[in-house]
Each structure stands twice: as C-alpha cells, then as structure tokens.
Design a protein around this ligand. Structure first.
Ligand code: MN3
Length: 200
C-alpha cells in the first residue's frame, strides 16, 4: 500500500490572501508531493511499505540508518496535519468549550497561549515546526527541527505550523511573526484541534 498525497480540503485560492494560491500550489503540489514520492521510493519492497505512517515515522526515527526515510515520513505526517487543521473560516477567539478550558487551565489565557506559540515558532532556527501538544495530560507549546514531530517524543499534536521558508516566504517574506499570528487569528480550525484533543 503506497503512501498518497491527501487532497487539500479547500480550493488552492481559498486561504488567499492569508496564504496565497501560489504558496498552496507549490507547498502542497511540489514540496509535500516530493516527500510522498521519496517516501514511496525509499520504502518500496521493504517491510516499512506495509506499515502505517505513524509506525514508519517512529521506526525510522529510532534507526540512524533510516534517516532519509524518516525525513520524508516525518514531513509527510507533519503536512497531513498542516493542511487538515486550516480552514477558510478558521481563526478567531471562539474556541470550542473543552479546548478553551484546557488552554485556560494550562496557559492561563488564550492570549498567553498565542504569545507562547508565536514566540516559540518564530524562534525555530533554520527549518522546523511549532506545535501545540498534549504532553502527559498537559498542553504545551514546543518546536521541532526539520521533519521531526511530537509523535516521536510521545506527545500528541493538536496543531502545528510549518516554519520552513517555503511555507511563508512568498506571502510574508521575512515577517515570520505576522505569518504565525495570521495562522492563529485567521486560519486554524479550532474544532479540528479539539477533535485531536479528544483523540488523545
Ligand atoms: Mn512544508
């Protein structure tokens, strides 16, 4: 069973101008597609080809010989969440009840969480990701380098922002904080985040 590129759950121009059509066409159609193509190439004919993406990510992470597989499997996993968690009607400060309560409990307020998420994500050095995760029953904001993700650290990701330059450079140039702010205020689908919280 080969790994496949998921379709975007919205049109390529649906997030414009927060995330423009050209960014989505390149980021989804080229970057993400390349990770899937490479992952299939590297796992074809091996026992990993039969495993779930979660299993491949964890197995490859624990084996230094499988760095190439891990990079592509991790990035495939990360981007699947990235597309799924955004919506043209996303953002805003009206979070579903359980998630809102949990954020208040663990960060003090929604504003404090947002500040933490922006600070953590914009200080990824080089390429990587910023995440809201559930870690031992507590919400935390963390960052990971390159294709690494919370899954390999035993954490459960609720949302994650791509801090590779290809994710924001066409729309924001070097204005990283504006990209992260807009993601939180205008794109993130809080219902999706709560669904993931419920799955933990
Ligand atoms: Mn990317």
């Amino acid at each position: 069973m080969a790994f496949t590129l998921p379709n975007l759950p919205y049109a390529h121009d649906a997030l414009d101008p927060i995330m423009g059509r050209e960014t989505l066409e390149l980021h989804h159609g080229k970057h993400h597609n390349t990770y899937v193509t490479n992952l299939n190439k590297f796992t074809e004919g091996t026992d990993l080809a039969e495993k779930s993406l979660d299993e491949v990510v964890k197995l490859a992470y624990s084996d230094p010989q499988k760095q190439g597989i891990f990079n592509n499997a991790g990035q495939h996993w990360n981007h699947c969440i990235f597309w799924a968690q955004m919506s043209p009607k996303g953002g805003g400060d009206k979070l579903p009840g359980k998630l809102a309560q949990k954020i208040n409990d663990d960060f003090g307020s929604l504003d404090k969480f947002k500040e933490d998420f922006v600070n953590t994500s914009t200080t990824v050095f080089g390429s990587g990701w910023g995440w809201l995760v559930l870690d031992n029953d507590r919400l935390r904001v963390v960052k990971t380098p390159n294709g690494e993700n919370p899954l390999v650290h035993g954490q459960h990701a609720l949302i994650g922002i791509d801090m590779w330059e290809h994710a924001y450079y066409l729309d924001y140039r070097n204005r990283k904080a504006e990209y992260v702010r807009n993601f939180l205020d205008k794109l993130v689908n809080w219902e999706y985040a709560e669904e993931r919280l419920n799955q933990a």
